[in-house]
Every structure is written in structure tokens, then in C-alpha cells.
Design a protein around this ligand. Structure first.
Ligand SMILES: *[C@@H]1O[C@H](CO)[C@@H](O)[C@H](O)[C@H]1NC(C)=O
Ligand SMILES: *[C@@H]1O[C@H](CO)[C@@H](O)[C@H](O)[C@H]1NC(C)=O
Ligand SMILES: *[C@@H]1O[C@H](CO)[C@@H](O)[C@H](O)[C@H]1NC(C)=O
Ligand SMILES: *[C@@H]1O[C@H](CO)[C@@H](O)[C@H](O)[C@H]1NC(C)=O
Ligand SMILES: *[C@@H]1O[C@H](CO)[C@@H](O)[C@H](O)[C@H]1NC(C)=O
Ligand SMILES: *[C@@H]1O[C@H](CO)[C@@H](O)[C@H](O)[C@H]1NC(C)=O
Ligand SMILES: *[C@@H]1O[C@H](CO)[C@@H](O)[C@H](O)[C@H]1NC(C)=O
Length: 421
């Protein structure tokens, strides 16, 4: 009897398995970090300054170009048959932040994804064709560049984060290295934040075989890496992660969810298949924190977050997520907490909803509820009155020396002006 049940369940399982195998890919969103780059800046005592880098600070290197060319190849292999082999402008839309390194990463990636063939070849010696990459000026970028600093409530949350137990513990645990770095770099660093960028600089230099100063032992570098990973976590999490998401990464997540929902409705006119977003480690971290899937490690160069939207024969739609942070292994499957690996779209929307604000501008205001506001106003009014009263009293006392006894205010001002001249 029991065996029969198991057998029945097993058969049911394989039937369902077959059904899932028939799900059809309809839309993909990828978000990646740029490739290997030069450091963003040097520390004061750094033996390597901007002129030591071929294109200066913050620029994509040839290694970075190779990483994205490789990622483009990977995407071609993964989506061959889904994406047409020849470039079709209706199938793909590419958007990047307005940084040289992210724009160039997208271009290198597209060179790997769409090598021209047949009619699209415009120069037989060139395995490349131009493909548009869209961007917005940095000042208008509200989708791909985090943390956005236009939000008073977020700034308040960040100063509160510094008093969170986990943050304080890190500062204590790494006090010795914080002091060492402050001492050696000329940065006068006394906090966790101020040494974050030092790790990045040292990391870039070591990647490019530039010998490090004696104080930079592998152990020091390892400890700095832990602090760097913690920094990224603290910007979007550690303290009030959900609220931080509503003010930061939730903006991007909201757009992604909106677009997935739009693409889920069958539309024979719809030709878009791949949305490609080129951005930064902090963009991926912000999004991962909003999905509550952050793995605690800084997203490496050319790390790629993938969303795949599938439609089943019966019309139901689901979302699968993958994270490719290592080009030597298959992308990791990601599970949205509270959902299955193939997460039904309606569940995906429901689970992510609390992490997305629909009135961020309002939530960015520093909180003050009605009664508090009234209390503050009445306190202000009464202290103003008190202040005026004191001035009047003082001026009455002072005016004993002067012939004018009325209008104390003006009298005081006149006296000052007279004294000054
Ligand atoms: C459609 O099929 C999938 C997989 O077989 C199943 O999980 C889902 O419940 C079905 N949806 C509907 C509306 O029947
Ligand atoms: C790919 O694009 C070519 C050229 O536009 C077209 O002839 C072909 O039918 C397309 N293939 C698929 C599978 O859509
Ligand atoms: C902080 O450190 C204290 C003492 O070592 C420990 O008891 C506590 O659990 C830590 N808290 C966090 C949030 O890491
Ligand atoms: C660090 O402190 C020293 C001595 O107080 C000062 O001369 C130097 O300008 C400071 N450096 C920076 C980068 O603030
Ligand atoms: C650094 O050195 C290693 C080992 O010699 C070499 O494989 C690598 O290409 C070098 N990297 C750069 C950026 O020069
Ligand atoms: C959402 O779709 C719109 C319209 O196609 C596009 O402009 C935008 O970049 C997309 N955003 C994301 C995050 O996919
Ligand atoms: C890549 O992501 C997986 C899953 O989150 C994680 O286990 C792994 O440590 C990460 N690897 C790197 C190189 O960041």
C-alpha cells in the first residue's frame, strides 16, 4: 500500500517534471558589473599614482575587456536559439551607467554576443559590428547607481548603522588594522569606512603585478577584504535592511518586477527578449539585498545577475534567478526566500512587494508624524515668544541710558550699527 503511494507520487513527480521541462523562455534580464579596472584613486603614500595607469584611474583594462568578451560568449551559448544569431535591434536593449568602464564593458560584451556574419559583416577583417548602448547622465541615473545620496532618511539610517552592534563589533575587532592602515597610508584613518578604498586600490595594484609596500602582507590584505565585504553589506543592510531597500535597491527591483510583469502577458507584437544592464558591484549588491539573497561577498568583476521569465503551456508564468560570479563554473541558481527555484510570477511579485516603495520621495523625508510636528511647532512658537520677551525686557533695561523708550528692537540694532561705525 505504502509502496503504491510512493510509486504514485513518483509517477506524479515525473509527469510534473515533464511539464516543467516544457516551459518556454520568453524574456531575460541581465545585470552585470564592469570588468577589471584601474583603481579609483591612490592613497597619499601610494608608490603608484594616476600616471602609472595606462588610462588613469577607474578605467577598464584589457583584462576587463577579455572578461566581458567572455561573458558575451557565454550569453551567446546560453541563449542561442532564443536570441537570433544575427543582431536584431528589437530583440535586445542595452543600458549602462555613464562611466567609461561600464560603457566599454557593455561594448566588449556585445562583441562576444553578436559577432557579425553574412550580411551584417561590414569589413571582412573585423569580427565586430556596432550595437547601441544607451545611458543617462550621472546626475539623472536613478536606476543603476547605488547608493543614491538624494535621500535624507537614508543618510539618517547610515549614521544609525554606525551604532548598530554588528558595526561596532567590526570596528573593535579590526581596530588594529584600522590603525595600521591609517598610519601607513597617510589617510589618518580612524574608522572602518576610511580604509575601504585602500583595499580596492591595493587589490587593483596586486592584480596588475605592482609590488606592494612591505606592510601589505597577504594577511593584511585578507583582513582588509573582510572589511570591504562588510562595507558593502552595511551600505544596504546590517541595520534596517528592508527600509534601506525601499530607499535604494528597491528602485531597480521595482523596475525589474514591473518589466517582468509586462513581458508575462502574451503579446504577439512584443519582440524584446533581452534587457542588458551594465553597472557596478554596488548595483548588484543593492539588488541582492532587496531580494534578500546577498551572499556577503563583494560582486567580482563581470559578475552577472540573471532573471529568466518562463511561460508554461497552461499560461502560468515563473521566474528563475541565476548568479554568475565565477566563469569557471555554471551560474549558481538563486532561490528567492519563501519561493521555489522556479518562482511563480505572482509569488515573486508578492514576496518582493514589501521591499519596493511606491512613494520613495515621501519615505526619504526624515520621519515626523502629525502629533510630533504640532509639538515641534508649538515649542518653536513659544520659544520665539520667550525670546522676543527677553529682548524686549533687555532693551527696556538698556534703554534707561537712551532717550528713546519705545521700540526696543530697533533701538538695539541702531546701537550695534552705531558701535560698529
Ligand atoms: C500550470 O502548470 C504548472 C507546471 O505544470 C503548474 O505548477 C501550475 O499550477 C499550472 N497552472 C495552472 C493555472 O493550471
Ligand atoms: C533571424 O534573423 C534572420 C534575419 O533577420 C531571419 O531571416 C531569421 O528568420 C531569424 N531567425 C529566427 C529563428 O528568428
Ligand atoms: C558583538 O560582540 C559581542 C561580544 O563579543 C557578542 O556577544 C555579540 O553577539 C556581537 N553582536 C553581533 C551582532 O555580532
Ligand atoms: C594627517 O595628519 C597629519 C598630522 O596631523 C597632517 O599633517 C596631514 O595633512 C593629515 N593628512 C590628511 C590626508 O588629512
Ligand atoms: C601578472 O603576472 C602573472 C604571472 O606572471 C601573469 O600571468 C599575468 O598576466 C600578469 N598580469 C598582468 C596584468 O600583467
Ligand atoms: C524596463 O523596460 C523599459 C522599457 O522597455 C526599459 O526602458 C527599462 O530600461 C527597463 N528596466 C529594467 C530595469 O529592466
Ligand atoms: C559566488 O556565489 C555563490 C553563491 O552565492 C557563493 O557560494 C560563492 O562563494 C561566490 N563566489 C565568488 C567567487 O564570489
Amino acid at each position: 500500500m505504502r509502496f503504491a503511494t510512493v510509486l504514485f507520487l513518483f509517477t506524479l513527480g515525473s509527469v510534473c517534471g515533464q511539464a516543467t521541462a516544457e516551459r518556454k523562455l520568453v524574456y531575460v534580464t541581465v545585470l552585470f558589473r564592469h570588468g577589471d579596472r584601474s583603481p579609483i584613486k591612490a592613497y597619499p603614500t601610494d608608490p603608484y599614482q594616476e600616471s602609472d595607469w595606462p588610462q588613469g584611474f577607474g578605467q577598464l583594462s584589457q583584462e576587463g575587456m577579455r572578461q566581458h568578451f567572455e561573458l558575451g560568449h557565454f550569453l551567446r551559448k546560453r541563449y542561442n536559439g532564443f536570441l537570433n544569431e544575427s543582431y536584431n535591434r528589437h530583440e535586445i536593449f542595452v543600458r549602462s551607467t555613464d562611466y567609461d568602464r561600464t560603457l566599454m564593458s557593455a561594448e566588449a560584451n556585445l562583441a562576444g554576443l553578436y559577432p557579425p556574419s553574412g550580411q551584417q559583416v561590414f569589413d571582412p577583417n573585423l569580427k565586430w559590428q556596432p550595437i547601441p548602448v544607451h545611458t543617462l547622465p550621472k546626475s539623472e541615473e536613478k536606476l543603476l547607481s547605488f547608493p543614491l545620496d538624494d535621500c535624507p532618511r537614508y543618510r539618517q539610517l547610515m549614521s544609525e548603522t554606525e551604532h548598530a552592534e554588528e558595526f561596532v563589533n567590526m570596528t573593535i575587532k579590526y581596530q588594529d588594522i584600522i590603525e595600521l592602515v591609517g598610519d601607513k597610508t597617510g589617510l589618518n584613518a580612524t574608522s572602518v569606512e576610511s580604509i575601504w578604498s585602500v583595499y580596492d586600490t591595493l587589490f587593483c595594484e596586486s592584480r596588475h603585478n605592482m609590488s606592494a609596500p612591505d606592510w601589505v602582507t597577504p594577511q593584511v590584505l585578507q583582513r582588509l577584504k573582510v572589511l570591504k565585504d562588510f562595507e558593502i553589506k552595511a551600505i544596504f543592510g546590517v541595520y534596517k535592511q528592508l527600509e534601506k531597500s525601499r530607499l535604494q535597491g528597491g528602485l531597480l527591483l521595482g523596475e525589474i518586477v514591473k518589466n517582468l510583469t509586462k513581458m508575462a502577458a502574451p503579446d504577439p507584437e512584443q519582440q524584446l527578449k533581452l534587457m542588458m544592464l551594465s553597472a557596478h558591484d554596488s548595483t548588484i549588491a543593492a539588488l541582492h539585498m532587496s531580494l534578500d539573497v546577498y551572499n556577503g561577498r563583494q560582486p567580482p568583476y563581470a559578475a552577472c545577475q540573471i532573471f529568466e521569465l518562463y511561460r508554461e503551456d497552461n499560461g502560468s508564468v515563473s521566474v528563475s534567478m541565476f548568479y554568475r560570479n565565477d566563469s569557471t563554473v555554471d551560474p549558481y541558481s538563486q532561490q528567492l526566500p519563501g519561493c521555489s527555484l522556479d518562482c511563480p510570477l505572482e509569488d515573486f511579485v508578492r514576496i518582493t512587494r514589501p521591499w519596493i516603495s511606491d512613494d520613495r520621495d515621501k519615505e526619504c523625508q526624515v520621519p515626523s508624524n502629525g502629533t510630533n510636528k504640532e509639538l515641534i511647532i508649538s515649542l518653536l512658537v513659544s520659544s520665539c515668544l520667550l525670546f522676543i520677551l527677553i529682548i524686549v525686557l533687555l532693551s527696556v533695561i538698556c534703554s534707561h541710558k537712551s532717550p528713546i523708550r519705545t521700540l526696543g528692537y530697533q533701538h538695539v540694532i541702531n546701537e550695534e550699527v552705531a558701535d560698529g561705525s
